[in-house]
Design a protein. Structure first.
Lengths: 185, 243
């Protein structure tokens, strides 16, 4: 996925970052801060730390733009990967804390302000529908892994199933999501 | 550390979801460098995984976050390879102080004011220089103010054996009190790194006498004693642990 800001592609913006052009950083922030913050907030369940994680990730991109390699994925995915990694790291360091059960997380979200854009976003609606269409066990496994910061071994223990079952749920669940989302490409 | 192809194939979904323990993830990474088919499969899986956040709803980031990030990037300097003038925003922040100093020079013969102005310039050059080094591989932690100190904040920047904190919008403290900068170790130990009084200006930098390499977080409190354990209220603390 390559977005554009004005006439500039993501790669143009990254080159701008490497050249220390602040307008490129601002443009990149405007493109991806919302989805990045949504990801960090979903993992951490708390806005202030989610903002710190997003700040940390954008500054890491600012400092490390020269290390970005296009062949390893889009700029958007690179940024989301940094945000996910940092957020999960914060979560795992909260030794006495684990994310709330999914039902609680959903309730928390519904109390918060929603993105008007996200609700209108066809892609967002398609992702939500694709996840909702998965069997509970596959959806829960994927969400706990990606948003809960659990390793597959921890998930096997948590869910009381063999490790092979966790792997199978991840594999089949991601296959189904891939098929469901292919139509959007 | 390397793993066989058959074993790697079993781990690719968890790898794409970042749900592997570090040694397993490193094993997969090593395998991917030598296996084009697994690398291509992970790329496809990653596209699916990175689509997941599109479906999220929730609060938006605060408007101030953008300014915070842009200001922190500005502090890192326009170019890591050449000396540069202070940014426009930094100049704007220094203008009131400079105006006061220039006025003082004109009105009061100026020796002290000139010294102060040189001090400000030197301080600015110092954090520009350290920030530039950080942009090439140092450490950077942001501390957000809490509760009644919510408008304040500070960025600890460190490179090699030099470290300083650039604070913004510090509030005055009561008579006999001062701010204390603490470094926090992974085992929870707090080590005092600096005591300082707030200056009456928007941006203030404080040099640290302590190496930061062995620490994972930093914080600031209001204290009344120059040494000893923390007893005063928390002003700000970094929440993201240093990598």
């Amino acid at each position: 996925v390559t977005s554009t800001s004005g006439h500039r592609t993501d790669e143009d913006l990254l080159r701008g970052l490497a050249a220390r052009d602040l307008s490129s950083l601002g443009a990149l922030y405007d493109l991806y801060s919302r989805v990045g913050f949504a990801l960090a907030y979903r993992i951490l369940g708390e806005a202030e730390t989610a903002e710190d994680v997003v700040q940390d990730a954008f500054l890491a991109a600012w400092r490390g733009a020269a290390t970005y390699r296009r062949e390893r994925g889009s700029v958007r995915n690179w940024l989301l990967s940094i945000i996910h990694h940092r957020a999960v790291d914060v979560l795992r360091r909260r030794t006495a804390f684990r994310p709330a059960p999914l039902e609680d997380a959903e309730r928390h979200e519904s109390e918060a302000d929603t993105f008007g854009e996200a609700d209108r976003n066809v892609r967002g609606a398609a992702v939500r529908q694709a996840l909702a269409d998965l069997p509970d066990a596959q959806r829960t496994t994927i969400e706990l892994a990606y948003y809960g910061g659990y390793t597959q071994t921890e998930l096997a223990e948590l869910m009381g199933v063999p490790l092979g079952t966790v792997k199978g749920r991840m594999r089949i669940g991601l296959q189904k999501l891939r098929r469901a989302l292919e139509a959007l490409r | 550390l390397s793993i066989e192809h058959r074993e790697a194939v079993e781990l690719l979904e968890a790898y794409a979801l970042e749900a592997l323990a570090p040694p397993e993830a490193e094993g997969v990474r090593t395998h991917l460098r030598a296996c084009a088919s697994c690398e291509a499969h992970v790329a496809e899986l990653s596209e699916v995984v990175f689509a997941l956040p599109e479906g999220l709803s929730g609060p938006q980031p605060a408007r101030a976050l953008r300014d915070r990030i842009m200001e922190a990037a500005r502090l890192a300097g326009p170019s890591p390879r050449r000396w540069s003038l202070p940014s426009a925003a930094a100049v704007r922040r220094l203008v009131p102080l400079a105006a006061v100093l220039v006025g003082a020079i004109a009105l009061a013969a100026a020796v002290d004011a000139r010294r102060q102005l040189e001090g400000v310039r030197g301080e600015f050059r110092e954090y520009q220089e350290i920030a530039t080094q950080v942009s090439m591989g140092g450490r950077w932690w942001y501390m957000a103010g809490v509760e009644q100190f919510a408008k304040s904040g500070g960025s600890l920047i460190a490179s090699g054996d030099r470290a300083l904190v650039v604070f913004h919008d510090l509030a005055p403290v009561g008579a006999g009190a001062h701010y204390t900068v603490w470094l926090i170790a992974a085992d929870g130990r707090w080590v005092r790194a600096a005591n300082f009084a707030p200056a009456d200006r928007p941006v203030q930098s404080v040099a640290l006498a302590q190496h930061v390499d062995d620490f994972v977080q930093c914080a600031v409190t209001v204290e009344t004693s120059e040494s000893g354990r923390r007893t005063g209220p928390l002003v700000m603390q970094s929440r993201v642990f240093a990598p």
